[in-house]
Design a protein around this ligand. Structure first.
Ligand SMILES: Cc1ncc(COP(=O)(O)O)c(C=O)c1O
Length: 399
């Protein structure tokens, strides 16, 4: 099998490549550059992109001229529409697709286009922090609808949400499915209730499904796009091949907006920011990945799922002060450190300065993240094993 265990077991040296995850790790956590840290933060993978993508990008690079390109070559939206149909099981019309240089820049276009300074944007924390950065940076009001945690399993607080969507000042709800950092794949029931609450109360729904391909064994992804016409007409969908195929540095993402009026306004927002020129390599990579690399996704998900099984079993057996549950989606795992007896501040200091592992700190994810840490498991098993050994040593010398 081309994208089997051997492919993902291979350690690729990333130090010295300007990788923010590896070369920027010590600086990020304020750890002396002489200390060898193991980076398991930020959401990119330590795996190579599919061979087909590497070859297509190399072929494009060999041409040597990297001028402006057609933003929307004919075949390109068709590749996306096919991917959405096969993978997420709904029909996205090609004309509903617009390109953005990343998912996050797309959120900011929506914040600027559909809200005024001071308007409320609802977020369900703990949540991937750039959702919140954009709200603050654009002078909008962050309205928190904190998720409910029971034994590491997260659900939505619909009672509170019902009140929040009725407030006419709250204009947008932004959510992730699968959810980062908790790894939840929301069910059709949860999504329908959320989608209808937004549609019925005039709250625009921004649904980020960037992790939709990364589903762990035994779990299922239900796309918000499969639910109803009413929800489709009130939703902006964000996708990218970047997480799935490790292409984040190519800055290529897209939105799918079924509602003509919302799409026209969003497009005007892109134009106002003069966002019209795609990345050469990103365009080639997306098309190649979507047309030819489905088997990579299956292999990668199987590998990461086994990494997660390993880590969860290891923690349950050896580190009883921690609590962890396997994620349903994303290659991240969200670990509860509150049982260590350390304060949140001590936990966040401990992991970087004592265990020397770079992770995403719980407090970055907003209310509800205190005492938790997010580990990125999109790496060879040998690194997960190394991390567990480093963590064990540090925890037992601490206690
Ligand atoms: C839920 C979610 N959305 C968006 C992004 C980033 O998207 P982009 O790099 O395209 O801005 C990430 C990256 O970790 C993510 O986890």
């Amino acid at each position: 099998m081309k994208y089997g265990k051997d492919f993902f077991d291979t350690y690729i040296e990333r130090r010295g490549t300007r990788s923010i995850k590896w070369d920027g790790c010590n600086a990020k956590f304020g750890v002396d550059e002489g200390v060898e840290m193991l980076p398991m933060w930020i959401a990119d993978m330590d795996f190579k992109a599919p061979d087909e993508v590497v070859e297509a990008v190399a072929e494009r690079a060999a041409h040597g001229v990297y001028g402006y390109i057609i933003n929307r070559p004919d075949s390109f939206p068709a590749s996306i529409a096919r991917w959405i149909c096969c993978r997420y099981h709904w029909q996205a019309k090609e004309e509903w697709i617009l390109f953005t240089p990343g998912v996050i820049p797309g959120f900011n276009i929506s914040y600027q286009t559909f809200t005024q300074p001071g308007d409320g944007i609802i977020v369900q924390t703990p949540i991937y922090y750039p959702f919140m950065d954009g709200i603050r940076n654009n002078g909008r009001k962050m309205v928190v609808n904190q998720l409910v945690e029971t034994d590491g399993y997260y659900t939505m607080n619909f009672e509170e949400l019902e009140q929040l969507v009725k407030d006419p000042n709250n204009k947008i709800l932004i959510m992730a499915n699968p959810h980062n950092p908790t790894g939840r794949c929301w069910t059709a029931e949860e999504l329908t209730r959320l989608g209808e609450l937004c549609a019925d109360n005039g709250v625009l729904l921004i649904c980020d499904e960037i992790h939709a391909d990364i589903i762990m064994e035994g779990a299922q992804h239900c796309s918000m796009g499969t639910l109803s016409k009413k929800i489709l007409q009130n939703t902006i969908f964000h996708y990218a091949p970047s997480k799935t195929f490790n292409l984040a540095g190519l800055q290529t993402a897209y939105v799918v907006i079924p509602n003509d009026d919302i799409r026209a306004k969003f497009e005007a927002g892109l134009t106002a920011n003069r966002i019209f020129n795609m990345n050469w390599f990103g365009q080639v990579a997306l098309e190649t990945a979507y047309d030819r690399c489905g088997d990579y996704v299956e292999g990668m998900c199987r590998y990461v799922s086994a990494n997660m099984d390993y880590m969860v079993a290891y923690i349950q057996k050896n580190l009883p002060m921690l609590k962890v549950r396997k994620s349903e989606g994303t290659y991240m795992v969200w670990v509860d450190f509150r049982g260590t007896g350390m304060t949140t501040e001590e936990i966040e200091h401990f992991i970087a300065h004592k265990a020397h592992i770079g992770v995403d700190m719980g407090t970055w994810f907003g209310p509800g993240g205190e005492g938790w840490l997010r580990f990125n498991l999109a790496c060879p098993r040998s690194l997960v094993e190394k991390a567990m050994a480093m963590l064990t040593r540090a925890l037992y010398s601490k206690l």
